[in-house]
Design a protein around this ligand. Structure first.
Ligand SMILES: Nc1ncnc2c1ncn2[C@@H]1O[C@H](COP(=O)(O)OP(=O)(O)OP(=O)(O)O)[C@@H](O)[C@H]1O
Ligand SMILES: [Mg+2]
Length: 580
């Protein structure tokens, strides 16, 4: 917060000056009233209509001045609030972009979303209104106090007697409201998560007929949110009457004690009227105080939630010993006795020793859950590895600038993710300048061009969120096309052919031969057909390399690989017989 204040200090200064001017204008009016009444009282016989008109014009002028300045600072503060919200939102987004995959594994998207929207908005409201009121009310309170003390010290002290009580109530309530608001925001995030998951998983929910159960579940969360809000508003509802009641007591004291002081001629009637006006004016900031506390409670709870994100450092960043001089890689990958485990879990990969020469193709095959994707994710440093266990071109991966590393690795993830954008933009994602010809060439390499040409909008086809207007195989191929368009030095295909038939797979592999000879390729698959032409096939089992060799070498003896091969051939034969 202080950082933002420093950034906009001039604006804040101008606003503060305007707040002062507004308050001066407001505070002078009762004074004028006092002078008028005193004048009327003393010179009742001689006062002219003209003189009274001057007073009236003065009052009007003061009201106008106050109005203009108030308009000025509210506009400025409003603009500032939007500006700060904008900065904060960009910071948040930028920070989220830097976070590692493990962060997103742990955090729910719904929760992050609600912070990025709801919480940011409540911060804007805090800056926009609450701060104005706080500055305004405080300035007003102290200026009014000085004037009132000047009129009658005893009266001031007595009339303001209920106010310390008010301060105590305020102080007590703020903490409770803050905590409560934080719980409310969590409840909102919880609800958000449910909605988001249901929207994403709508097909599954329908397929399993789970609408009713999901609805009940949502209803429960929604109900909890309502309950929390109800308690919050109940507390707020108690606060507001209290804020009116306490100043009311002050007014009673004023009428009583002030009346006596006038009778005893300690103060003039003009003083009394002005004093009444000041006290009445004080009621407004006092009530506003309730409003502010509320906003403050909300805003600071939200601020805490935003800072919880901003203060979480990204785990994967360039270290102090990063070699900034490296802007290119050749593409040799070497695992040296690598052991890897996810936080607080037993090792997933154990003693991996594997050297992949530049331009060669290595295939990794193994049963589900054996750690293939994990191994592949270590190369673009999606997860951190221990120093001395993974080398690119003989340089420890921790010393390579992340930007260099990632810009030269093309990864096709197991679950192809597409953005809600045009097909061509999805293919050309991550590449700044690309011609349509290049996009088409890369679509051709993955045997997708013919199908794209059949779409009514061709490359301009809008691909819905998560690519739902495409088939699973089309999605995967779009992802491969995207990866090869960047001409990566290292290409990782994680089960990228799982959704295409073996015939298409053959076609793609043939067409990719050129691309693959220019980059180090790592192919992960369950199918022998995908891996058989690789330079080296590695069989992974329970996170350990159990066999390695070429297709022919491995078939030559009684290997696991040979058994997998046998089994898959058998399945293929049965399938072939069934289709006849
Ligand atoms: N982010 C993660 N946090 C914790 N554990 C994980 C994470 N990702 C994967 N695992 C665990 O690591 C193990 C290996 O997962 P991995 O995804 O590497 O398997 P895989 O060989 O790619 O399987 P598949 O063939 O099904 O894709 C699994 O037991 C999985 O539960
Ligand atoms: Mg996998």
């Amino acid at each position: 917060m202080a950082h933002y204040a420093a950034q906009h200090k001039w604006m804040i200064f101008v606003c503060t000056v305007m707040v002062f001017l507004t308050n001066i204008a407001i505070l002078v009016s009762p004074w004028l009233l006092k002078l008028l009444i005193n004048d009327l009282e003393k010179n009742f016989a001689t006062i002219t209509q003209r003189e009274i008109t001057y007073y009236a014009a003065g009052l009007l002028g003061l009201a106008l001045v106050a109005g203009v300045f108030r308009f000025g600072y509210r506009r400025l503060i409003g603009g500032l609030a939007v500006r700060i919200e904008y900065d904060l939102r960009n910071n948040l987004f930028q920070h989220l972009q830097k976070m590692s995959k493990s962060y997103f594994d742990d955090e729910s998207t719904g929760d992050l979303m609600s912070r990025a929207t709801n919480d940011l908005e409540s911060i804007r409201r805090l800056i926009g209104f609450a701060i104005v009121f706080i500055v305004d009310s405080t300035v007003f309170f102290f200026m009014a106090l000085v004037i009132m003390l000047q009129i009658d010290v005893k009266l001031t002290l007595l009339a303001l007697l209920p106010y310390p009580l008010l301060a105590i109530v305020v102080q007590q309530m703020t903490g409770r409201l803050h905590d409560m608001y934080e719980t409310i925001q969590e409840g909102f995030a919880d609800m958000n998560t449910k909605v988001q998951e249901n929207l994403l998983g709508a097909r599954i929910v329908k397929a399993y007929n789970l609408e009713r159960r999901e609805l009940q579940d949502f209803d429960q969360r929604s109900q909890r949110f309502v309950d929390l809000n109800r308690v919050f508003y109940r507390l707020e509802a108690i606060l507001f009457p209290l804020f009116r009641l306490l100043p009311g007591i002050g007014t009673i004291i004023l009428l009583w004690v002030g009346g006596i002081h006038v009778m005893e001629a300690k103060i003039t009637i003009g003083d009394f009227v002005a004093f009444t006006a000041y006290l009445a004016m004080l009621t407004r900031p006092m009530i506003m105080l309730g409003f502010i506390i509320n906003r403050f409670a909300q805003g600071s709870a939200s601020m805490d939630r935003i800072y919880a994100i901003l203060d979480t450092p990204s785990l994967i960043t360039d270290g102090p010993d990063v070699r900034h001089d490296i802007s290119q890689i050749r593409g040799e990958v070497e695992f040296r006795n690598l052991t890897f485990s996810y936080p607080n879990l037993p090792p997933i990969l154990k003693n991996i020793n594997l050297k992949i020469p530049v331009g060669s193709t290595v295939a990794i095959i193994g049963s589900t859950g054996c750690g293939k994707s994990t191994l592949a994710n270590l190369i673009p440093r999606i997860f951190n590895v221990e120093v001395g266990s993974l080398f690119i071109d003989g340089i420890d991966i921790c010393q390579l600038p992340l930007k260099t590393l990632r810009s030269q690795i093309g990864v096709v993830q197991q679950e192809a993710f597409l953005f809600s954008d045009l097909l061509k933009n999805n293919i050309a994602f991550g590449v700044d300048v690309t011609s349509e010809t290049e996009i088409k060439a890369s679509a051709h390499s993955v045997d997708l061009l013919a199908q794209i040409d059949e779409f009514p909008d061709q490359l301009e086809t809008f691909v819905g969120e998560k690519g739902k207007t495409l088939s699973g195989g089309q999605r995967q191929r779009t992802a491969i096309a995207r990866a090869i368009l960047t001409h990566p030095k290292i290409l990782i295909l994680d089960d990228a052919f799982a959704s295409v038939d073996t015939h298409t797979e053959d076609t793609i592999l043939q067409r990719l031969a050129q691309v693959m000879s220019n980059s180090t390729t790592i192919i992960i698959s369950h199918r022998v057909s995908t891996v058989k032409s690789a330079d080296l096939i590695v069989i992974l089992e329970d996170g350990e390399i159990v066999e390695r060799g070429t297709h022919l070498e491995l078939l030559a003896h009684d290997s696991h690989y040979a058994k997998i091969h046998q089994r898959q051939l058998l399945v293929e034969e049965i399938e072939a017989m069934e289709t006849i």
